[in-house]
Design a protein around this ligand. Structure first.
Ligand code: SAH
Length: 347
C-alpha cells in the first residue's frame, strides 16, 4: 500500500501543485481547504462537492489526522488547558484564555523544548520532537471547534505561539502552519495582525520570519545584561543581546506595529531599578512594548516572584520614561496553565 501523506501538512499552494501534477483542477485545493478548515471535515467522504472518483484518489494518497483531546481543565478565572495526545502518544498542551470580547489561544510548537531556559518548567523535561504543521494547525482547529460549539458571541480571534517549545527552532513547520492559519479565503481565516510568534531569540530565524510572514514578533528578553541573560537563557551565548536587538531593529513590520518584549521579573535577579533603566535604554531604538511577566513559581525552580511593590515600581520606571509597558496578569495558575508552567505530565 502507498504511504499516505497527512493532508494538513500541505499549504494551499502545495495542494494546488499536487492537483496540477496529478491532472486535476487547481481550484480543488481551495475546496479541500474549505472542508478541512471551515467545515472541519474529518473524512473525504463528507466532501460531497468532490466527485466520488477523486475522493477515492484522495483517500489513497492522503490521511486526515486528528489530535485526541485527552483532558481539559478549567481554572477559576475561566482559562482552560487542553491536553492533546498525538499519534505517537506524546502529549502537548494548548491554553484557551478568555479576554473581554474574544478568546486567545496559546499553542505549542514542539514536544518539550531544547532551549534550557533556567526558569521554565517545560525546559526541565528536555526536548522530544518538533510538531508537524498538521499538529500545530490542529490545535487551532480543535480549539476553534470547542469555542464555536459553546458561545459564538465570543470569537477565538488571537493566537500566540507561547506554549511548549521554541517556534523558531521548528521554523518550516511553523511558517507553513501560519500560512494555513491566516489563509483568508479558505483556511482558518485568522488575521495575521492577531497571530504572535514568541521566541527566545534565534537571530537568523527572526530575520527570516520578518521577511516571509506578517506575524507579530514577541521576544523573551528577560534580562538587561549578557551576563544575566546567558545565565537564564543559554541561547544568549549563541546570539548575545547586541546581535539580538540589532535583528529586532531591522525586523520588517507594518508602520504601526511593535515588537513585544517579554520580561519575566525574578526577585533579586533582574528586577532592580538599574535593570529597568537599562531596559529603557536598550529598547529606545526599537518600536516596541514591554510585557512584564511576574515569575510563576514552580517546584523545579528556586526563583521567586518579586513582591507586588517591586513589580509596580519596575513598571512605573518604564512608564515614567514613556515606554509602553504592562504587567501581564497571570491566568490559569491554579491549573498549571500559566506562562512557563506547561508540561504534559502524562507521559
Ligand atoms: N520559546 C518561546 C515560547 C515559549 S515561552 C519563548 O521563549 O518565547 C513563553 C513565555 O513564557 C516566554 O516569554 C517565557 O519567558 C515565559 N516563561 C517561561 N517560564 C516562565 C515562568 N516560570 N514564569 C513566567 N514566565 C515564564
Amino acid at each position: 500500500m502507498k504511504q499516505k501523506r497527512e493532508i494538513k501538512n500541505f499549504t494551499r499552494e502545495e495542494l494546488v501543485e499536487w492537483f496540477e501534477q496529478n491532472g486535476e483542477k487547481s481550484f480543488r485545493a481551495g475546496q479541500i481547504f474549505k472542508w478541512l478548515y471551515l467545515r472541519q471535515a474529518n473524512t473525504f467522504d463528507e466532501m460531497t462537492d468532490i466527485g466520488k472518483e477523486l475522493r477515492e484518489t484522495l483517500k489513497e494518497n492522503f490521511s486526515i489526522s486528528r489530535l485526541e483531546l485527552e483532558r481539559s481543565e478549567r481554572s477559576k478565572d475561566g482559562t482552560e488547558k487542553l491536553l492533546f495526545r498525538l499519534h505517537d502518544n506524546a502529549y502537548i498542551e494548548a491554553v484557551l484564555i478568555p479576554e473581554k470580547d474574544h478568546y486567545t489561544l496559546c499553542i505549542s510548537s514542539q514536544v518539550g523544548c531544547a532551549q534550557a531556559c533556567k526558569f521554565c518548567l517545560t525546559a526541565k523535561g528536555g526536548f522530544e520532537r518538533n510538531l508537524t504543521t498538521a499538529e500545530i494547525v490542529d490545535q487551532v482547529r480543535d480549539a476553534q471547534a470547542l469555542v464555536m460549539a459553546r458561545d459564538s458571541a465570543k470569537p477565538m480571534s488571537n493566537i500566540v505561539f507561547m506554549g511548549m517549545g521554541e517556534p523558531l527552532a521548528n521554523y518550516d513547520a511553523v511558517v507553513k502552519a501560519l500560512s494555513i492559519i491566516t489563509d483568508s479565503d479558505y483556511g482558518l481565516k485568522f488575521s495575521s495582525r492577531r497571530v504572535t510568534i514568541s521566541t527566545s531569540g534565534l537571530v537568523p530565524e527572526i530575520l527570516a520570519l520578518g521577511n516571509e510572514t506578517e506575524a507579530n514578533l514577541a521576544v523573551s528578553l528577560n534580562a538587561t545584561t549578557d551576563e544575566t541573560r546567558s545565565m537564564l537563557m543559554p541561547v544568549n551565548r549563541r546570539y548575545p543581546m547586541e546581535e539580538l536587538l540589532k535583528a529586532c531593529k531591522s525586523f520588517e513590520m507594518k508602520p504601526r506595529k511593535k515588537i513585544t518584549f517579554e520580561y519575566i521579573l525574578i526577585q533579586g535577579v533582574n528586577d532592580s531599578d538599574e535593570d529597568a533603566k537599562r531596559l529603557i535604554k536598550l529598547l529606545r531604538p526599537i518600536r516596541s512594548k514591554v510585557n512584564i511577566i511576574p515569575f510563576n513559581e514552580h517546584d523545579k525552580s528556586d526563583f521567586k516572584r518579586p513582591p507586588r511593590e517591586r513589580i509596580q515600581r519596575f513598571l512605573q520606571i518604564l512608564l515614567d520614561r514613556n515606554v509602553t509597558a504592562m504587567v501581564r496578569k497571570s491566568k490559569g495558575d491554579d491549573i498549571s496553565a500559566a506562562c512557563g508552567q506547561l508540561r504534559a505530565k502524562n507521559r
